[in-house]
Design a binder for this molecule. Sequence first.
Ligand SMILES: NC(=O)c1ccc[n+]([C@@H]2O[C@H](COP(=O)([O-])OP(=O)(O)OC[C@H]3O[C@@H](n4cnc5c(N)ncnc54)[C@H](OP(=O)(O)O)[C@@H]3O)[C@@H](O)[C@H]2O)c1
Length: 301
Amino acid sequence: MTHDDHGTVLVAGGTGFVGRRLVPELIQAGRDVRVMTRHPDRYHGPGEAVRGDVEEAASLREAMVGCAATYYLVHSLSSEDFEARDAEAATAFGKAAAAAGVEQIIYLGGLGDDGDQLSAHLRSRREVETLLGEAGVPVTVLRAGIVVGHGGISWEITRQLVEHLPAMVTPRWVRTRTQPIAVADVVRYLVGVLGHPEAIGRTFEVGGSEVLAYVDMMKRVAAIEGRPLPVVQVPLLTPGLSSLWLAFVTDVDSRTGRNLVDSMVNEVVVRDDSIREVVPFTPMSYDEAVRVALEERREAR
Ligand SMILES: NC(=O)c1ccc[n+]([C@@H]2O[C@H](COP(=O)([O-])OP(=O)(O)OC[C@H]3O[C@@H](n4cnc5c(N)ncnc54)[C@H](OP(=O)(O)O)[C@@H]3O)[C@@H](O)[C@H]2O)c1
């Protein structure tokens, strides 16, 4: 596959928050796109829907026949045993890709420093990077922190906390720094690395234009929405308790919420910005990303 090749591309997770925004952009770029989902009958978006379940190896082999490249945008964060499931799924996906002669797997994983004590969620996302490539297909990894866009789980937590809490109770993790990125910018990077000779087999870190603590993100959202957000310092709130009140004030699935809160002690900031040379553009500011997400929400309603 060369940079200009127009081979068929499979998007595993093409119905998800990131995937459903990626599919139309790939089509726009002239690619034939297969959207892999467990429920093709329910899919009415662009591209060709194909049935595939990462827990059924045979379905993966069939879905990938004739594909030059595949995206891997799948996780099982709402399952209790997500680490084992995601490890098995990534191994099976990598094997099927090798058997089908796929030349590039592109995976959107998580930021976080290896030297840190990473949460189970971030460790699992990191393990998937290696397992996807074990059967020999080169993997391009894009590691991201919070992805901002209507329907994104981490963004929804931020928005709903700001909108539903009369005052922000602040456990220690609200001081953790992160580098949120607009979903449109993630999609730009995902499209940009496809078939790019300088991206094959490489790991990149992607982030927006600002590094912000969780509490600052919430204050910015409150300011944009014109809401007051008094902040009450309660440094001893444990992650367990945090995820409990998260379940009360947001509609995010409680197990997913718990797994994400556990990750909030880990700083997720870009250390190496070499992606800027491979796919050059200036990412949106946080405020801009928030305005777009809120606008998307208004339109969806
Ligand atoms: N959202 C964020 O803020 C964020 C931040 C950093 C990194 N990421 C990464 O971005 C990727 C995509 O995340 P997302 O937020 O777009 O996820 P999402 O909205 O939860 O979508 C998950 C996708 O996985 C598919 N899926 C789940 N189980 C499957 C299975 N057994 N077999 C086949 N497909 C399965 C679902 O497809 P069907 O239900 O149609 O089968 C769905 O399209 C993940 O790797 C995630 O770690 C996300």
